[in-house]
Design a protein around this ligand. Structure first.
Ligand SMILES: Cc1cc2nc3c(=O)[nH]c(=O)nc-3n(C[C@H](O)[C@H](O)[C@H](O)COP(=O)(O)OP(=O)(O)OC[C@H]3O[C@@H](n4cnc5c(N)ncnc54)[C@H](O)[C@@H]3O)c2cc1C
Ligand code: FES
Length: 258
């Protein structure tokens, strides 16, 4: 796994929803090798462990990466203080396995809450061959909808309380779309219960599905076991490192007993 470490200039900052920050970072050597589904590991002053954040967008021409994160605790709160004119300490791109990119294939791409950002680069790849389903708690939490529309994908939005888009869950829309459409692959990132539900629907329909996992991490490069996750490969139970063996997995490896 080839990666770079350094202090990179922040060139754009937005605050698209309460507690959510959207940064563009100038890092040409990382943008040149980053792949869809990988992540960056950020060091924040005063914290020993870096914080992993997914790559939302890669612009190789401009040499930039975009990340979108939500304040969860002290680390991400400190990250939210970073601004253009300042620098971010990153190790990237990390993640031994990103999403499968299959030229000409039809994909359904699903993001739940702050699991939406890593799906944007994937939606850009599949473009008009993709259906994007985004789910959020409520209208105030909705992000990235114009970006998803800009990819050419057919987009659906839902919220738990119906304050934006359709009322309901991403799995409701997925089931409905699968009645008239059979994609080659379903890709998802979001809370575990959502991923479990999507994996079950994909399994029932015999469609390949991939999920991006967000385990707590230490080193981010396979050296510490903090991110161990039980998976099944070739019928055998193994502990995979989400950082090195993922963060994207075939859902059959993660939800093998379901
Ligand atoms: C591969 C990967 C990609 C990620 N991508 C994004 C992203 O694009 N945007 C984003 O907002 N967040 C993302 N996360 C989650 C992000 O790393 C955590 O929210 C962050 O590390 C929390 O740090 P903290 O110091 O603010 O919170 P802490 O004080 O460490 O914890 C606060 C709360 O967050 C939970 N938490 C801590 N670490 C994680 C984690 N790794 N995953 C899930 N929950 C966690 C804790 O259990 C606790 O409830 C990603 C995580 C991984 C592993
Ligand atoms: S975070 Fe250290 S092995 Fe994955």
């Amino acid at each position: 796994m080839k990666y770079c470490q350094g202090l990179y200039p922040i060139i754009r900052k937005e605050n698209p929803a309460a507690g959510v920050y959207d940064l563009s970072i100038l890092c040409p050597e990382i943008a040149a090798i980053a792949k869809c589904g990988q992540f960056v590991n950020i060091r924040i002053d005063g914290f020993t462990l870096r914080r992993p954040i997914s790559i939302c967008e890669i612009d190789r021409q401009k040499g930039t990466l975009r990340i979108v994160f939500q304040i969860r605790g002290k680390g991400t709160k400190a990250m939210a203080e970073l601004s253009p004119g300042g620098f971010i300490d990153m190790v990237a791109p990390l993640g031994g396995r990103g999403f499968t990119l299959q030229e000409g294939a039809q994909a359904i791409i699903i993001g739940g809450g702050i699991g939406n950002p890593p799906m944007l680069e994937l939606a850009k790849f599949y473009g008009e061959n993709a259906i994007v389903i985004s789910g959020f708690r409520n209208a105030a939490a909705v992000i990235l909808q114009e970006d998803f529309k800009g990819t050419g994908a057919k987009t659906f939005l839902c919220t738990d309380d119906g304050t934006a888009g359709e009322k309901g869950f991403v799995t409701d829309i997925l089931k409905r779309e699968l009645q008239t459409h059979t994609p080659d692959i379903i890709c998802a990132c979001g809370p575990m219960p959502m991923l479990r539900g999507i994996a079950a629907i994909a399994k029932e329909k015999g469609i390949r599905s991939e999920v991006s996992l967000e385990e707590r991490m230490g080193c981010g490069v396979g050296g510490c076991l903090v991110c161990a996750c039980r998976t099944v490969k070739d019928g055998e139970g193994i502990f995979a490192h989400v950082c090195k063996d993922g963060p994207v997995f075939d859902s059959k490896e993660v939800f093998s007993n379901e």
